[in-house]
Ligand binder design. Structure first.
Ligand code: SF4
Length: 688
C-alpha cells in the first residue's frame, strides 16, 4: 500500500477551460488524474471549481492523442521522427520565404497555450522569419473589448479583480452567459446577489440562468446594445446625474462626446432596441444612484459588426458615472479561453510587441532589435482574418497554427478551409488530429497543460504558474520546445532550457511585465499586470491615473449605423454560445467521457412560438441555411429564446457547426467575425 501512496503526486496547475483561471492541485498516479483539489489560497476561485475544471481531464490520456509528428504523403499522413518533421518544416519555410518574402508566411499562437509559448511564436515570426503576420484567437472573441478599453482608459484588461465584481452594488452583465461560460465567477455574483443585496441586471437575447436570477432582465434586439447604452448615458447627463467631480478631475473629451450623444434620444432607443422608454429611464436612474457599478460583458457584445464601438459605449457610461478607480467598480470583459488574455499580452498580435507596444514605434522596435540582434519588420502584419483572405488572394503561402482549430472556430468554414486548400504549406501543432490538421502538410504533437511548465493570465490580468504534473504522452513535446526546435533549424539557437528563461526575457523587454519573475509566482502566488520593476502589481487599475500621458481617460464619441438585420428570405436570427459542460469547439471536452455522458448531442433552441408557426416538434431535425452555408440540428423547444431568435451551442461540431452559417462580416475596428449576426432560413429535415 505504501508503494501505491508514493506514486500519488500533487501538482499545482491552472484550469484550461475558461478565463476565470481557477487554480488547484491535481492529484495524479502515474498518468491517471485522480482528482483536483482547490485551496483557500487559490486566488481566483478559493475552494470552488466547476464541472469542467473538476472532471474535464480525461482528454489528456485520450487514445486519440497524436502519437508522432506526421508528414503528408499524397492523401495520407505518415508518422515520422521529430528530426525529419522539423527539418521539413524549416526547409519549406526557407523556400517559401526565399521565393515570396517573409510576409508570405503567417503564424497563429494558441490562447490555450502558455504566455511563454505566445512569446516564442511572435519571436519566431518577427525575429527568425521577419514578418509581423502573427495573431491569436482573441481576434475571434475579445479584441473589440480590448479596443474599446484602449480608446477610453488605455489598458485593455479587466479594471479590477473578481473580488471587485463581487463588491459592486450593481453588476450589469451584457451579452454574457456567465453561469455557463464563467461558472465560478458567476457563483461569486450569485452569492453577492443572494447574501449581500447586490443588484444584478442582465442584458441578453436569451433567458439563461443568470437572466432568471436577475433583478431585471432586458432583451434588446440583436446588435443594438450600443444604442441603449448611449441613450442611458445621455439621459443621465440630461438629468445632471453624472459624477461631476470625477469628470473634472479624470476625464478628457467631454464636450465633443456630449454633442455626439444628441441622436440617442429615448424615442430612438426604444425604436431600435425594443425596450420601452420608461424602462430605460428607470435603468438610467438605477445606474446613477448606485455607488459602485461593475459591468461584465462577453461575446454577445463583441462578436458583432459594432463590437468595438459597443465596448467603447460601456466604458463611456462607466466614465460618466465615475465608476472606475474604486474597489467594486469598473469594466470587466470576461475572457473566454484560459489564456486569451496572456496570448495577446505576450505579443502574438500583428501590431503589438509583448505588453501592447506598437511594432511601428521606432524606439520600441530598436529595443527588440538590440535584444534579438536583427532588423525587425516595421509594418503592421496581417491579423488572422486578413491571413485567410490573403490565402485566397495567393499572397499567403504558408500557415503555421498551434493549438487552434481554425477550420472550425473561424467564421465561414467553407471560406476558411477553401483558403487552406490554396496554401503551399501548412503546419498544425495540436493534441489531436483536428479538422484543421486534416488540411496540414505537417502535424506536430503538442503537450497538454498538465504536461508542461509555464504561466497563464486569467481574465483579471492575473499571471499564475502551472507546473508539470505528467510526462508528455507518446512523442508529444511542449509548444515552447517545438517552436524553439523550428527556430534552431532555421539557424537561430535560442537555447532556452526552461520556460522561466523565456519569462525573464519577456520581463526584461516589456515594461508591462518588468517585475514578473517565477520566484514571485511560486505555488499559488500570482501577479496582476502591470507588474512594476520593484515587483508590485495592480489588482485595481488606474489608481495613479488612466493609462495615457496626462493620466486622464477619454470619452469616445460613437455613431450607430444600423448594421445588420434579417431579411424577408433569411428571416431568422441565429445566436450561438457556450455550454457549461463543453469548452469552446469541444475538441478537448469531447474527449472527456465524464462530460460527453452529460451532454451527448448538439441541438438548436427554438422558441415555442416559432415551433408552433413552423410545425416543429421536439427532437425533430432541421436544416438552417444562411448565405454562407448550411447546418443541421435537432430541435429543442424552450422559452430561453423568443420569437425568431434561435440558439446553437458553439460546441456543436460536424454538420451542426455554427460556422457553416457565419459569413465574412466583421467588427469594423478589429476584424473580429460577427458570429452573432447570422440571418438564416429553416427547412424541416425530419418532423419526428
Ligand atoms: Fe474555473 Fe473556468 Fe475551469 Fe470552471 S472552467 S474550473 S470556472 S477556470
Amino acid at each position: 500500500a505504501k508503494m501505491r501512496e508514493d506514486r500519488i503526486k500533487k501538482t499545482k496547475t491552472v484550469c484550461t477551460y475558461c478565463g476565470v483561471g481557477c487554480s488547484f492541485d491535481v492529484w495524479t498516479k502515474d498518468r491517471e488524474v485522480l482528482k483536483v483539489e482547490p485551496h483557500a489560497q487559490s486566488p481566483a476561485n478559493g475552494i470552488a471549481t466547476c464541472v469542467k475544471g473538476r472532471f474535464g481531464w480525461d482528454y489528456v490520456n485520450s487514445e486519440k492523442r497524436l502519437r508522432k509528428p506526421l508528414i503528408r504523403r499524397g492523401d495520407h499522413f505518415e508518422e515520422v521522427e521529430w528530426d525529419e518533421a522539423i527539418q521539413y518544416v524549416a526547409k519549406r519555410f526557407t523556400e517559401i520565404k526565399a521565393e515570396y518574402g517573409p510576409d508570405a508566411l503567417g503564424f497563429i499562437a494558441s490562447s490555450k497555450a502558455t504566455n511563454e509559448e505566445s512569446y516564442l511564436m511572435q519571436k519566431l515570426s518577427r525575429q527568425v522569419i521577419g514578418t509581423n503576420n502573427v495573431d491569436n484567437c482573441s481576434r475571434y472573441c475579445q479584441s473589440p473589448a480590448t479596443k474599446g478599453l484602449f480608446r477610453t482608459v488605455g489598458h485593455g484588461g479587466d479594471s479590477g479583480s473578481i473580488d471587485d465584481i463581487a463588491k459592486a452594488d450593481l453588476v450589469m452583465t451584457i451579452g454574457s452567459n456567465t453561469a455557463e461560460s464563467h461558472p465560478v465567477l458567476a457563483s461569486r455574483i450569485k452569492r453577492s446577489h443572494k447574501l449581500f443585496g447586490q443588484k444584478l441586471f442582465v442584458f441578453d437575447l436569451r433567458k439563461h440562468e443568470m437572466a432568471r436570477r436577475a433583478d431585471r432582465f432586458y432583451q434588446p434586439k440583436s446588435g443594438t446594445d450600443l444604442v441603449w447604452l448611449s441613450a442611458v448615458t445621455k439621459y443621465i447627463l440630461d438629468q445632471g446625474w453624472e459624477d461631476k467631480n470625477f469628470l473634472d478631475e479624470w476625464v478628457d473629451g467631454f464636450d465633443e462626446y456630449r454633442q455626439s450623444l444628441e441622436k440617442y434620444t429615448m424615442e430612438y432607443a426604444e425604436e431600435l432596441t425594443g425596450i420601452p422608454q420608461e424602462e430605460l429611464k428607470d435603468l438610467a436612474k438605477e445606474i446613477a444612484e448606485q455607488d459602485k457599478v461593475a459591468i461584465c460583458w462577453a461575446m454577445g457584445v463583441t462578436q458583432h459588426m459594432l463590437g468595438s464601438d459597443t465596448s467603447t459605449a460601456i466604458s463611456n457610461l462607466l466614465l460618466i458615472t465615475g465608476n472606475y478607480r474604486r474597489p467594486g467598480t469598473g469594466a470587466y470583459p470576461l475572457r473566454g479561453h484560459n489564456n486569451v488574455q496572456g496570448c495577446s499580452d505576450f505579443g502574438s498580435m500583428p501590431n503589438y510587441f509583448p505588453g501592447y507596444e506598437f511594432v511601428t514605434d521606432d524606439d520600441v522596435r530598436k529595443r527588440y532589435e538590440k535584444a534579438w540582434g536583427v532588423d525587425l519588420p516595421k509594418e503592421v502584419g496581417m491579423d488572422n482574418h486578413e491571413q485567410i483572405k490573403a490565402m485566397h488572394e495567393g499572397k499567403l503561402k504558408s500557415f503555421y497554427v498551434k493549438g487552434e482549430d481554425t477550420g472550425i472556430v473561424d467564421a465561414n468554414i467553407n471560406y476558411v478551409t477553401g483558403g487552406f486548400e490554396k496554401l503551399d504549406f501548412m503546419v498544425v501543432q495540436d493534441l489531436f488530429l483536428t479538422k484543421t490538421a486534416e488540411y496540414a502538410d505537417v502535424v506536430l504533437p503538442a503537450c497538454a497543460s498538465l504536461e508542461k511548465d509555464g504561466t497563464f493570465t486569467n481574465t483579471e490580468r492575473r499571471i499564475q504558474r502551472l507546473y508539470k504534473a505528467l510526462e508528455p504522452m507518446y512523442d508529444a513535446k511542449p509548444d515552447w520546445e517545438i517552436i524553439q526546435l523550428v527556430a534552431k533549424e532555421l539557424g537561430t539557437d535560442w537555447g532556452y532550457t526552461h520556460p522561466e528563461e523565456i519569462m525573464e526575457e519577456a520581463a526584461s523587454l516589456a515594461p508591462l511585465f518588468a517585475g514578473v519573475s517565477y520566484e514571485k509566482l511560486e505555488g499559488f502566488e500570482s501577479l496582476q499586470w502591470p507588474v512594476h520593476e520593484d515587483g508590485t502589481d495592480e489588482p485595481l487599475l488606474f489608481q495613479e491615473g488612466f493609462n495615457f500621458d496626462n493620466g486622464k481617460a477619454k470619452l469616445y464619441p460613437l455613431d450607430f449605423q444600423i448594421q445588420y438585420d434579417v431579411t424577408e428570405e433569411y428571416d431568422l436570427h441565429i445566436n450561438n454560445g457556450r455550454l457549461l459542460e463543453h469548452f469552446h469547439e469541444g475538441n478537448m471536452t469531447y474527449e472527456s467521457e465524464g462530460i460527453v455522458r452529460r451532454t451527448p448531442s448538439a441541438w438548436v433552441e427554438i422558441s415555442p412560438e416559432l415551433a408552433e408557426e413552423r410545425g416543429l416538434k421536439e427532437g425533430g431535425e432541421i436544416k438552417l441555411i444562411s448565405e454562407a452555408g448550411e447546418a443541421t440540428g435537432i430541435v429543442a423547444i424552450t422559452d430561453r429564446v423568443k420569437g425568431k431568435e434561435l440558439y446553437i451551442p458553439m460546441s456543436a461540431n460536424g454538420k451542426s457547426a455554427v460556422n457553416f452559417l457565419t459569413d465574412n462580416r466583421v467588427d469594423k475596428d478589429t476584424d473580429t467575425p460577427a458570429y452573432k449576426e447570422i440571418a438564416a432560413k429553416l427547412e424541416v429535415v425530419q418532423k419526428k
